[in-house]
Design a binder for this molecule. Structure first.
Ligand code: ATP
Length: 341
């Protein structure tokens, strides 16, 4: 049986609680699906910065480099020093964020099922900001053909595997004519290679409106870095909040899985955070391992996590965020119990 080395980064705020909860699921998976995960601690974030003087210590980077994948909780104030850096270091160019309505959760519509494929390494998040005197500041927006090509390809490849088979490219090319003009042109060129996929475009302001008005019409949303970040947080509110939204940062040779939300310090330590965002991130990790290493056991385990989550929600076990009374850990234990049946 293949042993998968997984760098485990609990993070800050609600991160350690979500990690503890997710480990219950991974224990159940290992017991029931013949999948062997070697979870290796890799600390990063505010707590380790205070303790050791670095938000992303070299030791943690070494663990990540030697792992097959990384499972990460949210990081607090030092997020830019951790996740933005990891995305660049490991060239994790695709940020994949599924937004799907689950039963027994307060959702805008039950037929919401979309997925963001967001460029993850450039745009205004490159951090190229400058001061010109005291009162004038500048931020550079970097958009390259290479990154547009690979994110567009990833979006269309994702759409190929989904029932609706539709890609919506989101931009503001009427104003940012050069940068978003390039993104738009590359999306249009890529669309020509996928005649079976329906392709359309939307200005980002219109997309914010359509997400609220007709969210069921979206399938794959292909975006640059910042628009995807903002729109996916908005979209998460349609399916029960950030606690329902998992994410993956995917490169050609490595991938890192994490909830889309931050460390939520307002609810940290209270055992009321919704663990589903991180549990479904672990599910995405197993799917990725299964596809990358051609391992059907991982693929079956991934499916089992989602099915058990659905069943647990149907059984009425939910955290306060979703209207229930279960703690973060109790919810995870209930999901793990369904996996074990
Ligand atoms: P960041 O800037 O790092 O993204 P933020 O302060 O903008 O962080 P988040 O931490 O992402 O905000 O979360 C915003 C709010 O959403 C939190 O304050 C919290 O109330 C809620 N929230 C986030 N994640 C969860 C979760 N897993 N379960 C329940 N509520 C959550």
């Amino acid at each position: 049986m293949t042993e998968y080395k997984i760098a485990l980064m609990p993070g800050d705020g609600i991160g350690p609680e979500l990690t503890e909860a997710t480990l219950k699921i991974l224990d159940a998976i290992q017991e029931n699906f013949d999948v062997n995960l070697n979870l290796l601690p890799a600390e990063a974030g505010d707590t380790v910065l205070k303790k050791d003087g670095a938000a992303l210590p070299e030791e943690s980077l070494k663990v990540i480099r030697e792992s097959h994948a990384c499972l990460k909780g949210p990081v607090g104030e030092t997020a830019a020093d951790v996740i933005v850096k990891l995305r660049l270091l490991f060239d994790l160019y695709a940020n994949v964020r599924p937004i799907k309505a689950f039963p027994n959760v307060p959702v805008a519509r039950p037929d919401i099922d979309m997925i963001f494929v967001r460029e993850n390494t450039e745009d205004v998040y490159k951090g190229l900001e400058y001061r010109i005197g005291d009162d004038v500041t500048v931020c550079l927006r970097v958009i390259t053909r290479q990154n547009c090509e690979r994110i567009a390809k990833r979006a269309f490849e994702t759409a190929k595997l989904r029932p609706k088979k539709k890609v919506t490219a989101i931009h503001k090319a009427n104003v940012m004519r050069i940068t978003d003009g390039l993104f738009k042109r590359v999306c249009q060129e890529t669309a020509k290679n996928y005649p079976d996929i329906q392709y359309n475009e939307m200005y980002v302001d219109a997309a914010t409106m359509h997400l609220i008005r007709t969210p069921q019409d979206f399938d794959v949303l292909c975006t640059c870095n910042m628009f995807g970040d903002i729109l996916s947080d908005e979209a998460a509110q349609l399916i029960g909040g950030l606690g329902m939204a998992p994410g993956a940062n995917i490169g050609d040779n490595f991938a890192l899985f994490e909830p889309i939300h931050g460390s939520a310090p307002d609810i940290a330590g209270k055992q009321i955070a919704n663990p589903i965002s991180m549990i479904l991130s672990a599910k995405m990790m197993l799917t990725w391992l299964g596809e990358r290493f051609n391992d059907s056991k991982c693929l079956r385990a991934a499916e089992a996590i989602e099915k058990a989550t659905v069943q647990t929600l149907i059984n009425g076990v939910t955290v306060p965020d979703l209207g229930g009374k279960a703690s973060t850990l109790q919810m995870a234990q209930a999901i793990a119990a369904v996996i074990k049946i």
